[in-house]
Design a protein around this ligand. Structure first.
Ligand SMILES: Nc1ncnc2c1ncn2[C@@H]1O[C@H](COP(=O)(O)OP(=O)(O)OP(=O)(O)O)[C@@H](O)[C@H]1O
Length: 143
């Protein structure tokens, strides 16, 4: 049986499954008030923060970028609805969400591998840039 959560006049009634609804205060405490030092990634949806909940659970907190609107609200509803009904062994299960007039946030389990993969991608890009720079300098020296 799915919970129907009324999240405000703008949203209407949305089915969110068995998701936990977090208060903004809980999210702020988990991320140390969205501290820059807790940013672990940036996706099309917005910034992703590492967080620790009151029960010590490590989470990844996706904060919808304000500039994502006007499509942002619809995208948020779609993402929450789709993820709340999608159960698959390869799909990261959404823990919960937080929504206020100014914030739309998704809470996922923290995956160390995802974060490491992102860091490796950054290192790889940096290495490629260094290689291009070295090739450029060598070309200048040889000409
Ligand atoms: N659950 C998670 N645990 C750890 N790190 C995560 C988690 N989710 C996202 N991240 C980090 O945040 C980054 C951005 O993730 P996000 O899912 O927002 O965007 P994306 O994977 O680039 O795809 P999209 O195109 O949907 O935005 C990832 O590359 C990863 O480093």
């Amino acid at each position: 049986m799915r919970d129907i959560v009324n999240v405000g006049e703008d949203y209407g009634k949305i089915s969110f499954g068995q998701l936990r609804r977090f208060s903004l205060r809980e999210i702020q405490l988990a991320t140390d008030h969205f501290s820059e030092s807790n940013i672990i990634g940036q996706g099309g949806f917005g910034k992703v923060y590492k967080g620790v909940l009151a029960d010590n659970t490590k989470v990844a907190i996706k904060r919808l970028a304000p500039c994502y609107s006007p499509g942002g609200e619809a995208a948020f509803q779609r993402e929450v609805q789709l993820i709340s009904v999608a159960f698959h062994k390869n799909l990261l299960q959404l823990i919960g969400f937080c929504t206020t007039p100014s914030e739309r946030i998704l809470v996922y389990p923290f995956m160390q591998n995802l974060s490491v993969a992102n860091q490796l991608r950054g290192i790889l890009i940096n290495c490629t840039l260094v290689q291009i720079f070295i090739l450029f300098v060598l070309t200048l020296v040889m000409v």
